[in-house]
Design a protein around this ligand. Structure first.
Ligand SMILES: [Ca+2]
Length: 318
C-alpha cells in the first residue's frame, strides 16, 4: 500500500502524456522553512532477500534549472535503515533512470528480511524550499544469478561505485566527481581532475575484496581522457592495485594491457588486463583494497579523465 508523508510535502498523480511514463508522482515542497520527505511504505516488513544482488530502480525528473539535490534511503523498521544517500549524476530537466545497487543499501545498514519502505526520497535537507520533482517506475529488480554482493560480482564502478568500493584520491592531487557522459552507452561515469600535486587515485574498498573467483580472468575498464596533461600528449599511465595497508602492491604501465596503449585524448578506450599479469607484478587475489589508474606521479596537471565499467571479469567457461 502506498502512503505519503504530508508535512510540508504535497504530492499528486499527474498525467505527463509521455510514452513510458504516462501517470507519474509529482512531489512539491512548500517554501515554508520546513523539511520533509515522501515515501512508499508497507504496513509490515517485507522480505526482499531475493533482491540482494539486484537494484532499486526509479525514474526521476527535476525541473529544468533545479539546483536542489536529491537524497534517498530505504528503511527496515525504525531505527533500521540504509542510511541517507545522496543521488549523484542528476541532470535537471530530463527523465533519468537511476539504479541503486541493493548491495549499497545493505552496506549502509539495510536489513533485507524486513524492508518496510520501498523507497524514501526527498530534496536534500535544507534545499527544500519551493522545489519539486517527478518520480515514476519505482521498482526493485532481481540481480544476475550468482552476481552481486560485496565484491562478488567483480564490479567496482558501473553507474556508481559498487559497495564496498568508493571513489578515492590519495594525496590531494586530484578531485573527483560523477558526471553524465555525452555518450549514453556510458551514462554516469567517475571523473578525476588533476592539479599537478603528486597523487594516485581511483577506487578504494572499505573492506578487502577477495577476487579469487576471477582467477585466470581479467581486470577491465573504460578510460576517457577528456584532456591530457598541460605538458602535452597523453602522459604515461599506470595501473596499480594494493592490499590492506600496502601489504602488497602491483603496478604496471597501461601499455602492458592487452590493448597496449596509453589512453588517447578525446575518446573512450577499453582496457583489458589479465590478472596473471598483475599477479606476476605482485598482486594477491585474496584482499584487494585499492584499484588505481593515474599518470606518472606529479605530471597530471590539466588532466581530466573519466572511468567507467571498472570490473573484474571471470575467464570464459571451459
Ligand atoms: Ca556508467
Amino acid at each position: 500500500m502506498a502512503r505519503f508523508a504530508r508535512v510540508h510535502v504535497g504530492w499528486s498523480l499527474v498525467d505527463t502524456g509521455e510514452a513510458g511514463h504516462d501517470t507519474v508522482i509529482e512531489a512539491t515542497f512548500a517554501a515554508d522553512g520546513a523539511n520533509g520527505l515522501i515515501y512508499i511504505q508497507s504496513a509490515a516488513g517485507v522480505d526482499l532477500t531475493s533482491f540482494a544482488t539486484g537494484n532499486l530502480v526509479f525514474d526521476l525528473r527535476l525541473p529544468a534549472g533545479a539546483t536542489h539535490g536529491i537524497t534517498y534511503k530505504v528503511d527496515c523498521g525504525f531505527p533500521c535503515t540504509s542510511g541517507e544517500q545522496e543521488l549523484t549524476g542528476i541532470v535537471p530537466g530530463e527523465w533519468q533512470t537511476f539504479e541503486i545497487p541493493v548491495s549499497t543499501l545493505v552496506s549502509g545498514g539495510l536489513e533485507l528480511d524486513k524492508v518496510n519502505t520501498g523507497i524514501v526520497i526527498f530534496p536534500t535537507w535544507d534545499q527544500q524550499q519551493g522545489v519539486s520533482f517527478e518520480l515514476d517506475n519505482v521498482r526493485w529488480e532481481v540481480g544476475e544469478p550468482g552476481g552481486g554482493g560485496a565484491g562478488e560480482s567483480g564490479e567496482i564502478y558501473i553507474d556508481s561505485a559498487l559497495a564496498p568500493w568508493s571513489l578515492w584520491d590519495c594525496c590531494g592531487g586530484s578531485t573527483f566527481t560523477e558526471v553524465e557522459d555525452a555518450d549514453p552507452a556510458y551514462g554516469t561515469v567517475a571523473e578525476f581532475s588533476y592539479n599537478g600535486i603528486g597523487t594516485v587515485n581511483g577506487f578504494e574498498a572499505s573492506t578487502p575484496v577477495d577476487v579469487n573467483a576471477f582467477a585466470g580472468g581479467t581486470l577491465e575498464f573504460d578510460v576517457h581522457l577528456v584532456s591530457g596533461p598541460d605538458s602535452g600528449g597523453t602522459g604515461t599511465w599506470w595501473l596499480k592495485l594494493e592490499g590492506p595497508g600496502a601489504s602488497w602492491a602491483a603496478e604496471i604501465p597501461l601499455t602492458r594491457s592487452t590493448e597496449g596503449i596509453d589512453p588517447p585524448v578525446g575518446a573512450w578506450q577499453h582496457y583489458t588486463v589479465p590478472l596473471d599479469t598483475l599477479i606476476d607484478a605482485g598482486m594477491s587475489l585474496d584482499d584487494v583494497t585499492l584499484v588505481m589508474i593515474f599518470p606518472t606521479w606529479a605530471t597530471g596537471a590539466g588532466v581530466v579523465v573519466r572511468y567507467d565499467n571498472v570490473k573484474f571479469v571471470a575467464p570464459p567457461a571451459p
